[in-house]
Design a protein around this ligand. Structure first.
Ligand code: HEM
Length: 495
């Protein structure tokens, strides 16, 4: 018996070693090195799923910070992070394509039928033009931002009232929930109209439930009974938005941006339920991108509250810029141009916490001319750019594990003078470069300014750890960190 086990064990080891050898060899001579694995098919999938960022950092260290490849869930992924390599990849839009992933996500997460996902893709150029017009043309962007600042002021006023009504004139609540109520509600009202929120007061709770209780279940199309809460929340959200589409002519408070989009999609026969799924997509990940914006606002608040002296420095900057003398809609005159410290805090929060991946499918064998050599990428594999790797490269960002609020502030203003444009990539790049990046910065700065200029705020959780990544599902599943808000004495908020 022991002899049989020994022979069996020996054969298994030889087979595994053969597998490891065979499957680390790429077909193209100049493919990035493969990080070996003993696990057939799944490869590094489990380590990756446990903690993407740690996996990438570990693998990159192992490969001396050169591009590498790794088998993850049956597909070989090429991982790049050097700014020059990344720029070269974004130029190869024809053979490194995003369509397959977009289709997968449309169907899994947003609940599109396959037919509708394809139809939406086919007409993307025009609705995407509407997105970029409204988000990037300065005059149109200003219309959206002015409304957002006005709606934010209304949400802050509601918090004032809760503080006033409380026995000790203070509100103690989970910081993430506070940000969802302030930034999230103001954004929903700005884009989709006040009526949408009035008719669906649970809209943002459903967003939280859908992501917190079953994001990965939805992603991998797990049976509904396993993730019922999440599937049900998604259904309610799609129905709420479909109702908006059906009644768009009477919803005068919806933004012109969304009204224009709806008109266009209607003219192409896209059904209200499909448009409902699309508005859910725009609310979550695009067009208002709350899943990105809210965690960033929350994490920025945590760092500001935790860093000695920073609250006062931010307040001084806002006061010097004239914050108190401006009505909410006028804040566009100073945010973001006149608040460089807050801008640096924005970029540093994204650098440290953003964990987004740019993913492209290799649809034809490709040579990418990178920083100092060409890389061969084989058809059928996947290119991944995890921005976290670039963001933690100490050659680009000294002391990458430390949060430096002044890292991206000019030296002549007392900062460290790092540039963010080429060395941080939280907004992807190439053909899908996030058009919301300009509004997103104002969204966060408006939130932080609104809170700090109005309230004394402190963290009241006796022990807590600032989450490492800004993924909403990760943050929402962690123990809440509590903030205590009370009104500042003798200081006016925005006029
Ligand atoms: C912290 C805030 C944000 C982050 C980190 C972020 C990040 C990203 C990333 C990484 C992509 C590219 C995805 C890909 O290539 O697959 C993207 C695309 C996009 N984002 Fe954002 N985003 C943010 C805020 C916003 C906001 C506030 C809006 C709208 C108001 C927005 C609208 C969009 C749109 C429309 C796209 C799609 C571009 C396309 O498919 O061509 N984003 N965003």
């Amino acid at each position: 018996m022991p002899a049989i086990s020994l022979v069996f064990g020996g054969i298994s080891i030889i087979l595994l070693a053969a597998y490891r050898f065979l499957f680390r060899t790429g077909r193209l001579p100049n493919e990035p090195n493969e990080i070996p694995t003993w696990i057939p098919f799944f490869g590094h999938a489990f380590t990756f799923a446990k903690d993407k960022r740690s996996f990438y950092r570990w693998a990159s260290d192992k490969n001396h910070e050169q591009p590498f490849s790794a088998l993850i869930g049956g597909r070989k992924h090429y991982i790049f992070h050097d700014p020059a390599d990344v720029a070269a990849i974004h130029k190869q839009g024809k053979s490194l394509h995003i369509r397959g992933f977009v289709r997968f996500i449309y169907i899994s997460i947003w609940g599109f039928t396959k037919r509708d996902a394809d139809k939406m893709w086919d007409i993307k150029p025009e609705w995407h033009r509407i997105d970029t017009d409204w988000l990037l043309q300065p005059e149109k962007n200003q219309v959206i931002t002015e409304k957002y600042f006005t709606k934010l002021e209304e949400q802050l006023t509601k918090l004032d009232q809760r503080i006033e009504a409380s026995p000790n004139k203070a509100v103690n609540e989970a910081g993430l929930k506070a940000v969802v109520d302030l930034e999230g509600k103001a954004t929903v009202q700005t884009m989709y109209g006040e009526t949408t929120l009035e008719l669906n007061p649970g809209l943002l709770d459903d967003l939280t439930i859908m992501v917190r209780d079953g994001f990965w279940g939805l992603m991998f199309r797990a049976p509904k009974f396993l993730y019922r809460k999440s599937y049900d929340a998604r259904e309610r959200l799609i129905v709420a938005f479909a109702n908006l589409i059906e009644n768009i002519d009477t919803r005068k408070d919806v933004s012109t941006y969304i009204a224009e989009r709806t008109k266009y999609l209607n003219s192409h026969g896209i059904s209200p339920m499909t448009q409902g799924a699309d508005l859910l997509r725009t609310m979550f990940a695009k067009s208002s991108s709350l899943l990105n914006s809210m965690p960033t606002g929350y994490l920025a608040m945590l760092h500001i509250l935790e860093t000695p002296g920073l609250i006062d420095q931010v307040r001084d900057e806002l006061t010097a810029a004239g914050y108190q003398n401006l009505a909410p809609a006028e804040l566009v005159q100073i945010i973001p141009q006149k608040v460089p410290l807050l801008r640096s805090i924005w970029h540093e929060t994204l650098r440290m916490h953003n964990n987004s991946l740019t993913v492209r499918e290799v649809i034809a064998d490709t040579q990418v001319m990178g920083k100092d050599r060409a890389w061969g990428l084989q058809k059928g594999n996947v290119v991944t750019i995890p921005c976290g790797l670039m963001h933690f490269d100490e050659k680009l960002h000294p002391d990458p594990d430390g949060y430096h609020p002044r890292r991206f502030l000019d030296k002549d203003l007392g900062g460290e003078g790092e540039g963010h444009a080429k060395t941080t990539k939280p907004f992807g790049g190439g053909s899908t470069h996030c058009p919301g990046r300009v509004f997103a910065e104002k969204q966060m700065i408006g939130l932080v300014a609104g809170i700090l200029m109005r309230y004394d705020v402190e963290i009241t959780s006796p022990t807590y750890t600032i989450p490492m990544v800004s993924e909403f599902d990760d943050i929402a599943n962690r123990p809440p960190i509590y903030f205590r808000f009370s009104k500042r004495k003798n200081v006016g908020a925005a006029a």
